[in-house]
Structures are given as C-alpha cells and as structure tokens.
Design a protein around this ligand. Structure first.
Ligand code: AMP
Length: 277
C-alpha cells in the first residue's frame, strides 16, 4: 500500500493504477463501518483508494473539528491488510490553499434534517467530495447508509455535475447492542455509551409501528420521541419521518421512507436512521 499526501503524488499514483478504481472517502479514526465499505470496494473493483481527511469546511464554528479523533498510524495499519492500493492523506493546506474560493452546493436536498441543524455542513461535504472525485478520478465511490442524507446529497451532486462515477451505498454497521458504529462514539462515557442504544431502540419502535400498519408520519415521529424521552441522558435534536428521495417530512407514509434522528449525549451528537417501505 502506497501512502501519499500531496496532489502531485496522488496524481502520479493514480495514473499508475490500471483497471476499475474505487474511492472510499473517510475522515479517519476508522472502525468496522469504514472497513465494510473498503471490503465492498475491494470486491467490486480492481484497485482501491482510501482518502483520510478531516474536512474542516464541513464543521460549524461550534462543532468538534479540533477534538475530532485522529490516529493516522492506526488507520493505515487497519486498512493495509484489506488490500488497499493507495491511501491519500492530504492536509487542509493541500485541499484549501490560501485564497481558496470555490464551493459546490446542492440546493433542496441539503436543506432539511442535518442541513437545517448544521448550516453550511453539506456545502463543505459536497465541495470536498467534488475535489476528491476530481483528484482521484474513481469509477465508483463508496458511502455508508449511516449518513443517509449525505449519501443522497452526493448522489445528486454526482448526477448534476456529470461526474462519471457510480455512487455505491453500503449498509450501516452496528455494535452488538444496535448502536451504529461512529468515530464520535469515542466521545461517550460509559453511562452515555449505554444510553446511546436509545437511537436504535427508537428507530426499532418506529419500524415496528410501520410494520403493524401505521401510516401517519406524525404517529411514527411520536413513537420515536416517546422512546427518546424515557432516556434521561439523551437530548433529542430532531426526529424525522421523510420521503426517501426528497427528504420532505411526510404527513401520510407512501413508498420508501427514511426514519432518522439526531440526539445529544452531553456534547456528543449522534445520528442514525432506518429505511422502511
Ligand atoms: P466518516 O469518516 O464518518 O466521514 O465516514 C466515512 C464513510 O463511512 C461515510 O460514507 C460514512 O457514511 C461511512 N460510515 C460511517 N459509519 C458507518 C457505519 N456504522 N456503517 C457503514 N458506513 C459507515
């Protein structure tokens, strides 16, 4: 496995990769969720590039950019045995040199849910993703269903900007008790870690209601809230029952639906989702 940081080294290394090339973009501090994307990429493509970059432009001013967990050596040791060809670890200066002034923005899909709670977040995500795509020139790029809106926004951007890249969405990897794997789980203390299963429990309750025939969006949202309020360490930020394609809140459920939520445990903000229908 080759590791490169500069754009010129990345380009030279990319030119030497023949056959179909996968890109798995990450912010590092890798866990089994990331590794599952890499395994899928490896199964589908002849060559795999993993980028590790904590993208400053997708963090708000009061978010966790400076505390975001980082351990590059550990990450490289985790991905090497998976047969990754190229690890790309650019610095913020490489991605955003002085004078940087170009942004990529997806409009409607970026507005609700995470976009409403984290102004500017998706502008940072789509900008960095367009830059990663341009530099790495992959045939396919791999993302997790865990970040459902991010996947939808990137799919839209790829289509709108004519990137000749197939976007592949992989299932959410979970701990044995249902908690979705996330680099941010690292912030939780023991009590919060236990309480954090409430996201899975609330989503499961909503799914059960759906499967029992409930089709009123508000009743499904209420179901999730009822479970969340019973967990004293959990501070709900939002729950949503939205159309899978448009991400608009539903009064009456039809077709494929995204059930999602954001919940604080102290300063740690976790998100999770299920797709039903
Ligand atoms: P991140 O490093 O958090 O930016 O995540 C990098 C990629 O891994 C994104 O496409 C995420 O959606 C995906 N990912 C994160 N957590 C999980 C998980 N638990 N299961 C599957 N994919 C995940």
């Amino acid at each position: 496995m080759k590791t490169v940081s500069s754009l010129s080294d990345l380009r030279a290394a990319r030119l030497s990769l023949k056959g179909t090339v996968a890109l798995v973009p990450t912010m590092g501090y890798l866990h089994e969720g990331h590794l599952s994307l890499i395994r899928q990429a490896k199964a589908d493509c002849e060559r795999v590039i993993v980028s590790i970059f904590v993208n400053p432009t997708q963090f708000g001013p009061n978010e966790d950019l400076s505390n975001y967990p980082r351990d590059l050596e550990r990450d490289l040791n985790l991905i090497q045995p998976l047969g990754v060809d190229l690890a790309w670890t650019p610095s913020a200066e490489v991605m955003y040199p002085p004078g940087y002034q170009t942004w990529v923005e997806v409009e409607a899909l970026s507005r609700p849910l995470e976009g409403a709670m984290r102004p500017g977040h998706f502008r940072g995500v789509t900008t960095v993703m367009a830059k990663l795509f341009n530099a790495a020139q992959p045939d396919k790029a791999y993302f997790g269903q865990k970040d459902a809106q991010q996947a939808a926004v990137i799919r839209q951007m790829t289509r709108d900007l004519n990137f000749p890249i197939e976007i592949v969405i992989c299932p959410t990897m979970r701990e044995a008790d249902g908690l979705a794997m996330s680099s941010r789980n690292e912030y939780l203390n023991a009590d919060e870690r236990q309480a954090a299963t409430v996201l899975f429990r609330a989503l499961s309750a909503a799914k059960e209601a759906y499967e029992a025939g409930e089709r009123e969006g508000e009743a499904i949202r209420r179901k999730m809230k009822e479970v969340l309020v019973r967990e004293p360490l959990a501070q709900m930020q939002y729950v949503s029952c939205a159309d899978y394609d448009t991400l608009e809140e539903l009064a009456v459920i039809k077709g494929k639906v995204l059930l999602s939520m954001a919940v604080f445990f102290g300063k740690t903000r976790l998100i999770d989702n299920f797709v039903v229908g």
